[in-house]
Design a protein around this ligand. Structure first.
Ligand code: AMP
Ligand code: MG
Length: 269
């Protein structure tokens, strides 16, 4: 399994070419068995999260980035259901407004970073500030071009201070995005998710692909690696992200705190 995780990881300094990374890989997994594994992975995640919460020293930040309809919401729902809500939360990042827009772009992001013992999942993140901002020219190049370095330093800071930073790019094909956007339009239960702007973003697919490739290339570091997760199949995507998260929690190996002296063997009358 290590090898699959290694295959998804962007090595520091690698130049990512998204066009040559499959969006429909299954890693040789078989769906039924993989979904059974997912339940085991989630049980293990729950145990390790419980220990990390008890340890109360370190934390995990999982960043999810993707084109529309790649399944950020579905991934979150799949991998976090079953964890103790006291120890996990999700922070979504939309168009900055109010005080967010009045500060530097990392201000709102840092405020949502996990506290000790917690797992936080970012649904979009500070990476939007080198993605949508770049693609739609919301800021001039001299402004966004400096941000890759800020981001590396920011994530180093988090890592130095006890937060494991893990970043997943959910890699979906343009054709599967088309199907899913169409489904959002056609299915009344999903229609609320669709916005006309989604088609504008879809039209900018090549520019987004270039911006993603550069962001992944410039910001995958030993302490905050990027993983490119094939996302054409929901089940592969969910199992892959769960495995990546588990891999990092296993590496953290959180320890339960020592109980007070003299508790073992006590009998409660
Ligand atoms: P959704 O995730 O579908 O709710 O959409 C959130 C929207 O907010 C997306 O269109 C993002 O591109 C946009 N967004 C997120 N962060 C930023 C940012 N820093 N600047 C501009 N737009 C952003
Ligand atoms: Mg959307």
């Amino acid at each position: 399994m290590e090898s699959v995780i290694d295959r998804m990881r962007v090595a520091p300094g690698d130049r990512v070419r998204l066009g040559s990374i499959a969006t429909d890989d299954t890693f040789g997994w078989e769906k039924k068995a993989a979904l059974r594994d997912l339940e085991k992975i989630k049980a293990r995640l729950d145990l390790l999260q419980h220990r990390m919460f008890a340890e109360d020293r370190r934390s995990v930040l999982l960043v999810l980035q993707a084109m529309d309809a790649a399944g950020k919401d579905g991934t979150i729902r799949s991998i976090l259901s079953g964890l103790n809500p006291a120890g996990v939360s999700v922070a979504p990042f939309g168009v900055p407004g109010g005080p967010e827009a009045e500060h530097d772009y990392l201000w709102r992001v840092h405020a949502q970073a996990p506290s000790k013992g917690r797992i936080v999942v970012f649904n979009r993140s500070h990476y939007e500030d080198v993605l949508v901002v770049r693609v739609k020219a919301l800021a001039p190049k001299r402004v966004w071009a400096r941000r890759y370095e800020h981001i590396r330093e920011f994530e180093d800071l988090l890592s130095d201070e006890g937060t494991t930073v893990v970043k997943c790019f959910l890699h979906v094909s343009k054709e599967v995005q088309r199907e899913r956007l169409q489904e959002r339009i056609d299915d009344p239960e999903k229609r609320w998710k669709f916005r006309h702007g989604d088609l504008d973003d879809r039209a900018l697919w090549p520019a987004y692909t270039r911006a993603y490739a550069e962001a992944l290339s410039l910001t995958s570091t030993p302490h905050a690696p990027w993983y490119v997760v094939p996302a054409d199949r929901n089940w592969v995507r969910n199992v892959a992200v769960a495995r990546i998260l588990l891999h990092h929690l296993e590496r953290l190996d959180p320890q339960l705190p020592d109980p007070e002296e003299g508790i073992e063997g006590l009998v409660v009358e």
